[in-house]
Write a protein that binds this ligand. Structure first.
Ligand code: ZN
Length: 348
């Protein structure tokens, strides 16, 4: 792993031609430092041929906001185009005051505390261009960050295994045939083939009743973000669903990322669902939160100022039955966005 990373960095600098025609790795780990101007230097990496999507995960300090300050693929076209000046104050304003967390510029990205995730493409028409790419990290605080980039093969993967964890001594097992068939049906609309890896009860924790909830997204120090730590050592693929006894009033579920980092072991890996509801409602919430984690936004969000922030898709309409509102349908563009997730697997 370390060897291939060194190769990648060297070849990205244009001095690594050793005559061996190795394809670039599909997963890389890099480091960068955000400077006093709120931006890192260019971080080069290489996108292999036939790539499904580029998922960029930036991990830094838990009290700092992160996003991409620049991002270009093999054609060199810069996709973010931030307004001039340090990005930090605007990041803080949209995240803390407006409680939306959408970074200005041309790329639709969700600013995040501690660990940021971006999946590209997130809408039809966006093309992954192989070759020498680069990114810059934006933050409201200077300091070092780790960057993980996943570039899975565009292999038609469409299976989404789910791992069900019941974080309670007493909660009724949500894993019923009615639940399974409804989750499967909802996501099959988008050609996502749900499978069930495992169901495990985790008793005796202090996380059975989640009492905090934050807008626009959970913080690293939230109770919800401690749930993934309960199962960080499990050797399984797929997405983790945590059923708990209670969430704050009015909250049926939450995703630990929109999109979330598709990396087991990070504190944002998974979604949380309030148990004890009828199977069809549990299934709808599970599919909605899984949709968030794989990259779907609400059809629209309303900021504290009253401003409306639509999703980046062209075929979703507010008020029309949709899983990413209170309904259950998914559009072709939502299906496309889901199909790019690095969590999807090829199943025989
Ligand atoms: Zn939602």
């Amino acid at each position: 792993m370390r060897f291939t990373l060194v190769c990648l960095v060297v070849s990205a600098l244009g001095c690594g031609d050793d005559g061996v025609d190795q394809p670039p790795p599909r997963e890389v780990m890099l480091e960068a430092v955000v400077g006093a101007d709120g931006l890192s230097a260019d971080v080069p990496f290489e996108i292999p041929e036939g790539t499904r999507s580029v998922t960029i995960v930036v991990e830094g300090a838990k009290d700092s906001l992160y996003a991409l300050g620049a991002f270009a693929m093999g054609d060199g076209a810069e996709l973010v185009n931030l307004p001039a000046g340090a990005p930090g104050p605007a990041m803080q304003a949209t995240y803390e005051q407006e409680q939306i967390g959408q970074l200005a510029g041309d790329l639709y990205q969700s600013i995040r505390l501690g660990t940021f995730t971006h999946v590209y493409p997130y809408r039809p028409g966006q093309i992954v261009v192989e070759g020498n790419a680069y990114l810059r990290v934006a933050s409201n605080r200077p300091g070092p960050v780790k960057i993980r980039i996943l570039m899975p093969e565009d292999d038609g993967a469409n299976a989404l295994p789910l791992n069900i964890y019941i974080v309670s001594d007493t909660l009724a097992d949500p894993d019923t045939p009615a639940f399974r068939s409804e989750v499967t049906r909802l996501l099959a609309q988008a050609n996502v083939n749900v499978t069930f890896n495992l169901v495990e009860r985790i008793p005796g924790t202090a996380l059975e009743r989640i009492t905090d909830f934050s807008e626009p997204q959970e913080a690293p120090t939230s109770m919800s973000a401690m749930l993934p730590g309960l199962v960080a050592d499990r050797m399984t693929t797929g997405l983790d669903i945590f059923f708990v006894e209670a969430l704050p009033s009015g909250v049926g579920g939450l995703a630990l990322g929109t999109p979330g980092p598709p990396i087991r072991g990070t504190y944002y890996f998974g979604v949380v669902v309030r148990g004890g509801l009828p199977a069809v409602e549990l299934a709808r919430i599970t599919a909605h939160e899984a949709g968030h984690f794989l990259g779907l936004q609400h059809v629209q969000n309303r900021g504290i100022s009253g401003r409306i922030y639509p999703d980046p898709l062209d075929d979703t309409t507010p008020g029309v039955d949709n899983l990413m509102e209170g309904g259950s349908l998914l559009t072709p563009h939502q299906a496309f966005a889901l199909s790019r997730s690095a969590l999807l697997e090829v199943r025989p």
